[in-house]
Design a protein around this ligand. Sequence first.
Ligand code: DX5
Ligand code: ZN
Length: 248
Amino acid sequence: MPGVRPLDASLDLVEAATDTASTGPRELFASKRVAPSILSSDFSRLGSQVEEVMAAGARIIHVDVMDGHFVPPITIGPLVASSIADQVHDAGGAIDVHLMIESPERHIEEFARAGADNITFHAEATPHINRTLNAIRELGCLAGLAVNPGTPVAAVSESVNDADVFLCMTVNPGWGGQPFIADSPDKVRRLAETVGAGTIEVDGGIDAGTAGGIAAAGASLFVAGSAVFGADDPAAAYTAIAEAAGAA
Ligand code: DX5
Ligand code: ZN
Protein backbone atom coordinates (compact mmCIF):
# COMPACT_ATOMS: atom_id res chain seq x y z
CA MET A 1 0.00 0.00 0.00
CA PRO A 2 1.62 3.31 -0.97
CA GLY A 3 2.16 5.86 1.75
CA VAL A 4 2.51 3.42 4.61
CA ARG A 5 5.59 3.70 6.78
CA PRO A 6 6.54 0.18 7.88
CA LEU A 7 6.13 -0.16 11.64
CA ASP A 8 9.41 -2.03 11.80
CA ALA A 9 11.24 0.85 10.12
CA SER A 10 14.71 1.52 11.46
CA LEU A 11 15.21 4.30 13.99
CA ASP A 12 17.21 6.17 11.31
CA LEU A 13 14.11 6.32 9.16
CA VAL A 14 12.02 7.56 12.08
CA GLU A 15 14.61 10.23 12.87
CA ALA A 16 14.76 11.35 9.25
CA ALA A 17 10.99 11.57 9.11
CA THR A 18 10.67 13.56 12.31
CA ASP A 19 13.55 15.88 11.30
CA THR A 20 11.74 16.74 8.09
CA ALA A 21 8.55 17.47 9.96
CA SER A 22 10.13 19.23 12.93
CA THR A 23 9.40 22.83 11.92
CA GLY A 24 5.90 22.27 10.54
CA PRO A 25 4.06 20.50 13.35
CA ARG A 26 5.27 22.84 16.09
CA GLU A 27 3.94 25.84 14.16
CA LEU A 28 0.70 24.07 13.33
CA PHE A 29 0.03 23.14 16.94
CA ALA A 30 0.85 26.70 18.04
CA SER A 31 -1.73 28.19 15.68
CA LYS A 32 -5.51 28.24 15.93
CA ARG A 33 -6.76 25.13 14.14
CA VAL A 34 -9.69 22.79 13.77
CA ALA A 35 -8.56 19.15 13.82
CA PRO A 36 -11.02 16.76 12.16
CA SER A 37 -11.23 13.45 14.03
CA ILE A 38 -11.24 10.45 11.72
CA LEU A 39 -13.21 8.52 14.37
CA SER A 40 -16.40 9.70 12.65
CA SER A 41 -15.10 9.22 9.10
CA ASP A 42 -16.03 6.49 6.64
CA PHE A 43 -13.11 4.08 7.05
CA SER A 44 -13.88 2.36 3.75
CA ARG A 45 -12.65 5.56 2.06
CA LEU A 46 -10.39 7.03 4.72
CA GLY A 47 -7.87 8.53 2.27
CA SER A 48 -10.47 10.48 0.35
CA GLN A 49 -12.14 11.70 3.56
CA VAL A 50 -8.79 13.04 4.75
CA GLU A 51 -8.16 14.58 1.35
CA GLU A 52 -11.54 16.32 1.46
CA VAL A 53 -10.94 18.08 4.78
CA MET A 54 -7.33 18.94 3.93
CA ALA A 55 -8.51 20.53 0.68
CA ALA A 56 -10.81 22.68 2.84
CA GLY A 57 -7.79 23.83 4.90
CA ALA A 58 -7.43 21.26 7.69
CA ARG A 59 -3.80 20.60 8.58
CA ILE A 60 -4.08 18.62 11.80
CA ILE A 61 -5.76 15.22 11.60
CA HIS A 62 -6.87 13.76 14.94
CA VAL A 63 -6.56 10.00 15.52
CA ASP A 64 -8.53 8.53 18.44
CA VAL A 65 -7.02 5.39 19.93
CA MET A 66 -9.15 3.43 22.42
CA ASP A 67 -8.20 0.17 24.10
CA GLY A 68 -11.41 -1.22 25.62
CA HIS A 69 -9.96 -0.65 29.11
CA PHE A 70 -9.37 3.06 29.75
CA VAL A 71 -12.58 3.58 27.79
CA PRO A 72 -15.04 0.83 26.81
CA PRO A 73 -14.67 0.89 23.00
CA ILE A 74 -11.77 -0.39 20.95
CA THR A 75 -10.98 1.74 17.92
CA ILE A 76 -7.79 2.00 15.91
CA GLY A 77 -4.04 1.81 16.38
CA PRO A 78 -0.72 2.58 14.76
CA LEU A 79 -1.50 0.75 11.51
CA VAL A 80 -4.29 3.19 10.71
CA ALA A 81 -2.22 6.22 11.75
CA SER A 82 0.54 4.94 9.51
CA SER A 83 -1.84 4.44 6.58
CA ILE A 84 -2.59 8.20 6.37
CA ALA A 85 0.69 9.64 7.70
CA ASP A 86 2.45 10.17 4.38
CA GLN A 87 -0.67 11.63 2.76
CA VAL A 88 -1.09 14.09 5.65
CA HIS A 89 2.61 15.02 5.77
CA ASP A 90 2.87 15.41 2.00
CA ALA A 91 -0.02 17.91 2.15
CA GLY A 92 1.80 19.92 4.85
CA GLY A 93 -0.22 18.52 7.73
CA ALA A 94 0.37 16.77 11.03
CA ILE A 95 -0.99 13.72 12.82
CA ASP A 96 -2.42 14.30 16.30
CA VAL A 97 -2.68 10.99 18.18
CA HIS A 98 -5.04 10.93 21.17
CA LEU A 99 -4.37 7.86 23.29
CA MET A 100 -7.33 6.80 25.40
CA ILE A 101 -5.46 3.74 26.64
CA GLU A 102 -4.05 2.42 29.89
CA SER A 103 -0.27 2.36 30.33
CA PRO A 104 0.30 4.65 27.33
CA GLU A 105 4.06 4.57 27.94
CA ARG A 106 4.08 1.05 26.49
CA HIS A 107 2.83 2.21 23.09
CA ILE A 108 4.27 5.63 22.33
CA GLU A 109 7.20 4.36 20.30
CA GLU A 110 4.86 2.47 17.96
CA PHE A 111 2.90 5.66 17.33
CA ALA A 112 6.03 7.72 16.77
CA ARG A 113 7.13 5.16 14.20
CA ALA A 114 3.68 5.29 12.62
CA GLY A 115 4.16 9.00 11.88
CA ALA A 116 2.57 10.77 14.86
CA ASP A 117 3.60 14.41 15.24
CA ASN A 118 1.89 14.90 18.58
CA ILE A 119 1.07 12.15 21.05
CA THR A 120 -1.38 12.96 23.82
CA PHE A 121 -2.17 10.59 26.68
CA HIS A 122 -4.43 10.90 29.71
CA ALA A 123 -3.22 12.00 33.14
CA GLU A 124 -5.64 9.41 34.58
CA ALA A 125 -4.10 6.56 32.60
CA THR A 126 -0.63 6.30 34.13
CA PRO A 127 1.30 7.16 37.29
CA HIS A 128 4.29 7.96 35.03
CA ILE A 129 3.26 11.30 33.55
CA ASN A 130 6.65 12.98 33.64
CA ARG A 131 8.53 9.98 32.25
CA THR A 132 5.99 9.50 29.47
CA LEU A 133 6.01 13.17 28.40
CA ASN A 134 9.81 13.13 28.30
CA ALA A 135 9.86 9.88 26.33
CA ILE A 136 7.44 11.28 23.74
CA ARG A 137 9.66 14.33 23.21
CA GLU A 138 12.74 12.12 22.98
CA LEU A 139 11.01 10.25 20.15
CA GLY A 140 10.84 13.56 18.25
CA CYS A 141 7.13 14.24 18.79
CA LEU A 142 5.25 16.99 20.54
CA ALA A 143 3.87 15.76 23.87
CA GLY A 144 0.29 16.21 25.03
CA LEU A 145 -1.44 15.65 28.37
CA ALA A 146 -5.22 15.18 28.53
CA VAL A 147 -7.71 15.45 31.37
CA ASN A 148 -11.20 14.00 31.61
CA PRO A 149 -14.14 16.23 32.54
CA GLY A 150 -14.05 15.05 36.17
CA THR A 151 -10.31 15.54 36.58
CA PRO A 152 -9.18 18.84 38.11
CA VAL A 153 -6.98 21.25 36.17
CA ALA A 154 -4.38 20.78 38.91
CA ALA A 155 -3.60 17.36 37.38
CA VAL A 156 -1.45 19.12 34.77
CA SER A 157 0.13 21.74 37.03
CA GLU A 158 3.40 19.84 37.54
CA SER A 159 3.74 19.26 33.77
CA VAL A 160 3.52 22.81 32.45
CA ASN A 161 7.09 22.76 31.16
CA ASP A 162 7.05 19.14 30.03
CA ALA A 163 4.06 19.14 27.68
CA ASP A 164 3.40 21.05 24.46
CA VAL A 165 -0.35 20.41 24.29
CA PHE A 166 -2.94 20.31 27.08
CA LEU A 167 -6.15 18.55 26.07
CA CYS A 168 -9.32 19.39 27.96
CA MET A 169 -12.01 16.81 27.26
CA THR A 170 -15.33 18.55 26.68
CA VAL A 171 -17.19 15.22 26.75
CA ASN A 172 -16.36 12.00 28.57
CA PRO A 173 -13.92 10.12 26.35
CA GLY A 174 -15.02 7.04 24.45
CA TRP A 175 -17.53 8.05 21.81
CA GLY A 176 -18.12 10.60 19.10
CA GLY A 177 -21.35 12.50 18.81
CA GLN A 178 -21.91 13.34 22.51
CA PRO A 179 -23.17 16.74 23.65
CA PHE A 180 -20.66 19.39 24.71
CA ILE A 181 -20.38 19.74 28.52
CA ALA A 182 -21.64 23.25 29.25
CA ASP A 183 -19.15 23.99 32.07
CA SER A 184 -16.18 23.40 29.76
CA PRO A 185 -15.41 27.08 28.97
CA ASP A 186 -14.90 27.78 32.69
CA LYS A 187 -12.51 24.86 32.95
CA VAL A 188 -10.60 25.96 29.85
CA ARG A 189 -10.23 29.44 31.38
CA ARG A 190 -8.70 27.89 34.50
CA LEU A 191 -6.52 25.61 32.38
CA ALA A 192 -5.28 28.61 30.36
CA GLU A 193 -4.25 30.36 33.59
CA THR A 194 -2.37 27.24 34.68
CA VAL A 195 -0.49 26.36 31.49
CA GLY A 196 0.51 29.78 30.16
CA ALA A 197 1.93 29.39 26.67
CA GLY A 198 0.98 25.75 26.01
CA THR A 199 -1.54 24.86 23.33
CA ILE A 200 -5.01 24.19 24.72
CA GLU A 201 -6.89 21.56 22.77
CA VAL A 202 -10.58 20.78 23.29
CA ASP A 203 -12.25 17.57 22.23
CA GLY A 204 -15.87 16.53 22.20
CA GLY A 205 -19.09 18.16 21.08
CA ILE A 206 -17.29 20.87 19.11
CA ASP A 207 -19.35 22.30 16.26
CA ALA A 208 -20.10 25.71 14.77
CA GLY A 209 -22.33 26.46 17.75
CA THR A 210 -19.86 25.60 20.54
CA ALA A 211 -16.52 26.56 18.96
CA GLY A 212 -16.79 30.33 19.48
CA GLY A 213 -17.39 30.20 23.24
CA ILE A 214 -14.62 27.72 23.92
CA ALA A 215 -12.25 29.74 21.70
CA ALA A 216 -13.03 32.86 23.75
CA ALA A 217 -12.18 30.86 26.89
CA GLY A 218 -8.66 30.19 25.57
CA ALA A 219 -8.75 27.03 23.45
CA SER A 220 -6.78 27.11 20.22
CA LEU A 221 -7.05 23.57 18.85
CA PHE A 222 -10.57 22.30 18.24
CA VAL A 223 -11.18 18.61 17.58
CA ALA A 224 -14.35 17.95 15.63
CA GLY A 225 -15.49 14.48 14.59
CA SER A 226 -19.20 14.03 13.97
CA ALA A 227 -19.74 17.71 13.17
CA VAL A 228 -17.31 17.33 10.24
CA PHE A 229 -17.56 13.75 8.99
CA GLY A 230 -21.22 13.32 9.96
CA ALA A 231 -22.15 16.28 7.76
CA ASP A 232 -23.32 15.90 4.16
CA ASP A 233 -20.46 18.17 3.11
CA PRO A 234 -17.45 17.68 5.42
CA ALA A 235 -15.47 20.46 3.73
CA ALA A 236 -18.25 23.01 4.27
CA ALA A 237 -18.72 21.80 7.85
CA TYR A 238 -14.99 22.17 8.50
CA THR A 239 -15.08 25.73 7.15
CA ALA A 240 -18.09 26.68 9.30
CA ILE A 241 -16.43 25.41 12.50
CA ALA A 242 -13.13 27.10 11.62
CA GLU A 243 -14.93 30.41 11.06
CA ALA A 244 -16.83 30.07 14.34
CA ALA A 245 -13.58 29.35 16.18
CA GLY A 246 -11.65 32.12 14.42
CA ALA A 247 -9.24 29.44 13.18
CA ALA A 248 -7.37 28.98 9.91
C1 DX5 B 1 -14.03 11.09 22.03
C2 DX5 B 1 -12.87 11.38 21.11
C3 DX5 B 1 -13.13 12.50 20.20
C4 DX5 B 1 -14.26 12.29 19.24
C5 DX5 B 1 -15.02 13.57 19.22
O1 DX5 B 1 -13.64 10.28 23.07
O2 DX5 B 1 -11.69 11.69 21.83
O3 DX5 B 1 -11.97 12.92 19.49
O4 DX5 B 1 -13.88 11.96 17.93
O5 DX5 B 1 -16.17 13.39 18.52
P1 DX5 B 1 -17.27 14.52 18.37
O6 DX5 B 1 -16.61 15.72 17.72
O7 DX5 B 1 -18.31 13.88 17.54
O8 DX5 B 1 -17.76 14.86 19.76
ZN1 ZN C 1 -9.98 12.64 20.63
